[in-house]
Design a protein around this ligand. Structure first.
Ligand SMILES: Nc1ncnc2c1ncn2[C@@H]1O[C@H](COP(=O)(O)OP(=O)(O)OP(=O)(O)O)[C@@H](O)[C@H]1O
Ligand SMILES: [Mg+2]
Length: 245
């Protein structure tokens, strides 16, 4: 249950999804409240990316997905993004031959013309290191900066919920901390975040609540303030590893 009062921003209930005949997720129940940071953890291959893909309309699913009071049945990624649900996919996907600035403008493609430049500035404000390089082609950015550009591209839309799939993957420790600072700032500004992470301790330090996913099912749901959480998570992971043998 969300810790914040009232309706959740995102409500997923009884969701199943996969790739064609390959079922990956079974009966997923998950909520994200407005202003909440929720961590989604789990071993490799658990289905975390698949869950984000399903929720953002990149994969077909069955069950219920409600977002901001709307039923997202049949909604594609554009409709989800229009509703304020933005998914920054695993591994950055940016246009390397375009400038940093143009990449961000592309993120704002369907916003009113007069608003685009302001939205791009707003997003760049989170990432001074790429703001400096706004006129350079994205290929000139380091891998970590490209990852930041992908997050900034999501922020241009001023999302109500930002779903980040391993935003720290492949980053140097300094850049990892920068990404977590950005998530904290988003939380402070009232943006909800669903964060898939392998850096468990860092994710738990930032999140209000956590779900652990293993083999396509939610195996643990907790407030991050709960006692013994690291051990409980470990047991949830290990139980899965044993049943995989
Ligand atoms: N395009 C695909 N076609 C078929 N099966 C896939 C596809 N992508 C992922 N899978 C399978 O779905 C399952 C869940 O994968 P998914 O990528 O969602 O896991 P994950 O929790 O994000 O893992 P990781 O931590 O490695 O990113 C795995 O068994 C994987 O092999
Ligand atoms: Mg993944």
């Amino acid at each position: 249950m969300p810790t914040s009062a009232g309706e959740p921003l995102l409500r997923v209930a009884g969701l199943s999804s996969g790739y064609g005949k390959i079922g990956v997720l079974r009966g997923i129940d998950l909520v994200v409240g407005p202003n909440e940071v929720v961590a989604l953890l789990g071993p490799n291959g658990a289905g975390k990316t698949t869950l984000l893909r399903a929720v953002s309309g990149l994969l077909p699913w069955s069950g219920t997905v409600q977002f901001d009071g709307r039923d997202l049945s049949g909604a594609g990624p554009r409709e989800a993004a229009k509703a304020g649900l933005v998914h920054v996919i695993e591994g950055h996907r940016i246009f390397t031959q375009q400038s940093v600035y143009d990449n961000l403008l592309l993120g704002a493609y369907d916003l009113p013309r007069g608003e685009r430049a302001a939205r791009v500035e707003e997003a760049l404000d989170y990432f001074p290191e790429i703001a400096e390089k706004r006129h350079e082609r994205a290929v000139a950015l380091s891998g970590g900066q490209q990852q930041m550009l992908a997050v900034a591209q999501g922020l241009v839309r001023r999302p109500k919920l930002l779903m980040l799939d391993e935003p720290s993957a492949g980053l140097s420790p300094v850049l990892v901390d920068r990404v977590f600072v950005v998530v904290r700032r988003l939380r402070e500004s009232g943006t909800a975040v669903l964060l898939v992470e392998q850096l468990i301790e860092k994710a738990l330090a930032l999140a209000n609540r956590v779900y652990a996913l293993a083999r396509g099912s939610i195996v643990l749901e907790a407030n991050t303030g709960e006692a013994d959480l690291p051990n409980r998570l470990e047991r949830a992971y290990f139980a899965t590893a044993r049943s995989n043998d």
